[in-house]
Design a protein around this ligand. Structure first.
Ligand code: HEM
Length: 180
């Protein structure tokens, strides 16, 4: 297995784990708290405020991460010894990046269509009865499910590398000095 670098650099490692934790938090809170709270509930505004801020931070950090990735040297894609699995792994990485960007973008589209910046941050007007009349709400719901499914596949793949192939994959995406 030839590698240009033994691991990702520390900035990429930090951005990967911060974005991963934020996305996980947003998927759980969005599904089990935000979407379950009626818009008539007084706590909904605070929930939306946090969700919109963290969601926008995810979008910003993801863009920084992708730009940083283009500008810095990368380790080669991890090798499983099976061409199909390798191709699936590469496709999953593209998919995760794309779905994260589309999920955040659809959330922002929904917020803009529903006038949420003014309502949630400016105290102007009230929330609609729900968000389902807005097309981006449907897209946001579907994209979050696809993203969650792909994250599960990504974690299973990473665990397969670490514990079945035993190639110490996690060391590539953790802090430390590069060997090469
Ligand atoms: C990658 C970032 C994001 C993730 C992972 C995420 C996750 C979620 C999830 C899981 C839901 C519930 C979906 C459902 O159960 O149908 C949701 C709903 C929602 N999200 Fe996001 N979101 C993100 C970004 C954003 C952004 C940037 C905004 C707006 C600026 C936003 C605004 C909303 C709104 C308004 C709802 C609807 C809540 C409701 O129906 O009561 N989201 N989000």
């Amino acid at each position: 297995m030839t590698m240009k670098n033994s691991k990702y650099n520390n900035i990429q490692v930090a951005l990967h784990w911060v974005v991963a934790l934020l996305v996980l938090f947003m998927l759980i809170m969005g599904t089990f708290v935000l979407a379950q709270t009626p818009n008539s509930d007084p706590s909904k505004l605070a929930g939306l405020r946090g969700h919109m801020v963290f969601g926008s931070v995810i979008l910003l950090l993801s863009l920084v991460r992708l730009i940083w990735r283009r500008m810095s040297a990368q380790p080669d894609h991890a090798d499983t010894g099976n061409a199909l699995l390798d191709r699936l792994g590469i496709a999953a990485h593209y998919g995760l990046n794309l779905l994260t960007l589309l999920t955040a973008a659809s959330g922002i589209g929904l917020a803009l269509q529903a006038g949420l910046p003014g309502i949630v941050f400016g105290g102007q007007g009230t929330l609609p009865p729900d968000f389902w009349a807005y097309t981006p709400r449907i897209a946001h719901g579907i994209l979050t499910k696809l993203l969650a499914a792909l994250i599960v596949a990504h974690v299973v793949g990473a665990l397969y590398h670490q514990f079945i192939i035993k190639d110490r994959l996690f060391a590539r995406i953790w802090f430390g000095k590069r060997d090469t």
